[in-house]
Ligand binder design. Structure first.
Ligand code: NAD
Length: 350
């Protein structure tokens, strides 16, 4: 229970901003007071949710004086809007990626520290109980020492997706920056820090300027390897968004997208089937394997993320994805693009 309601405002009511706005309007932990968007149509959304509409986010911050603000605007505006709010002493939830460039991300991190406010970045998958449980299981050593991880992601992005945003066909719009960044953050959150990446890409199918397919080799700092294969041009059962059901927009499928391979046991995800030899004296490819179904369910992470933001503002929790942490995910993702450019493995400089 909260003694005092946290005052929250939000900026941006597009695809994801609307999701946050609806959650905030229902949350008992906060008093959702204002919604700002340059698109005047947002007036209708604001009125339906019972919050005050502002065209100019600066005016909203000035009038509402919120404790925290939820920012869901295009990536290139993250640094300007985020820094403005923090300079006014407002705690910031910023959608992922933290920013488009390392320099802008560093500005945000510096601003949070200089203005003594909290900065939380929206890597929402970290709030899915299945992701959290897998991380804990691995950290407790239930799979033994992790040896390798595989990630498979295949979806079919329809023509209208590219017609609505022609930038998605050009540099800066490919699946590495839009989709691989999520897998990188998951790998870092679940397993640990990444040391080196090497990527091969192809645009053989769509023939756009950007890649439609990427094959990525990841080396973690402790020598564990991961193999990531992603394409946005195939019908497939295997993609995080499809199998986890976090967003109803995507057709829901069943299929395993990650395999965690450990010295004592392996685990499928999200199937959560653990595979091992039940008799440790009989370990070997000629012996039977035991399969065990773990009972952990996926849950919508977006409301959990907003509740966490309120607790962060209240000083009860530290940001699950701090600015520094999200900056490291951005560094790895940009290193993947550098590897493509240089046709070489790239060691990450954090
Ligand atoms: N975590 C997730 O699941 C998830 C999903 C989608 C997008 N995102 C991230 O959220 C951010 C927004 O993406 P989106 O898909 O919602 O984009 P969008 O284009 O659908 O929405 C952006 C909104 O920002 C508004 N806007 C632009 N400039 C503004 C300004 N100066 N002041 C106020 N409002 C302004 C636009 O009018 C628009 O309504 C991006 O950083 C994206 O990477 C995260």
């Amino acid at each position: 229970m909260y003694d005092k309601k946290i005052r929250i405002a939000s900026i941006g009511a597009g695809m994801i901003g609307r999701v946050h706005a609806e959650i905030l309007a229902r949350m008992e932990q906060c008093d959702y007071s204002g919604l700002a968007d340059v698109d005047l149509d947002t007036r209708k959304t604001a009125s339906a949710l019972g919050v005050k509409y502002y065209e100019d986010y600066r005016e909203m911050i000035d009038r509402e004086r919120p404790d925290g603000v939820v920012v869901s605007v295009p990536n290139e505006l993250h640094a300007t809007i985020g820094c403005f709010c923090m300079e006014q002493g407002v705690n910031v939830f910023m959608e992922k990626p933290i920013a488009s460039t390392i320099e802008e991300a560093e500005r945000l991190v510096r601003s949070a520290s200089e203005n003594n406010v909290k900065l939380l970045i929206g890597h929402h998958r970290r709030f899915n109980p299945m992701v959290v449980a897998t991380r804990e299981l691995i950290r407790k050593g239930e799979l033994g020492d992790i040896v390798a991880i595989s990630v498979l992601w295949g979806m079919y992005k329809p023509d209208e997706y590219f017609d609505a945003g022609p930038w998605r066909k050009k540099k800066g719009g490919g699946p590495i920056l839009i989709n691989t960044i999520h897998e990188i953050d998951n790998l870092r959150f679940i397993y640990g820090e990444i040391e080196r990446v090497y990527a091969e890409v192809s645009n053989k199918t769509r023939k756009f300027e950007v890649e439609d397919t990427v094959s990525l080799t990841v080396r973690f700092k402790d020598g564990v390897l991961a193999s990531v294969l992603m394409t946005d041009t195939v019908p497939s059962l295997w993609a995080y968004e499809a199998t986890m059901g976090e967003n109803d927009f995507f057709y829901h499928t069943k299929g395993d997208i990650y395999h965690f391979l450990g010295s004592k046991a392996s685990l499928t995800f999200p199937g959560m089937v653990k595979v091992y030899y039940s008799d440790p004296k009989k370990m070997g490819w000629q012996y039977p394997l035991t399969t065990e179904q773990l009972n952990i369910r996926s849950r919508n992470p977006y409301p959990e993320q907003m509740k966490h933001f309120c607790r962060v503002i209240n000083g009860e929790e530290q940001p699950r994805t701090s600015g520094e942490d999200a900056l490291r995910t951005l560094c790895v993702t940009l290193a993947i693009l550098e590897s493509v450019e240089k046709r070489n493995p790239v060691t990450i400089e954090y």
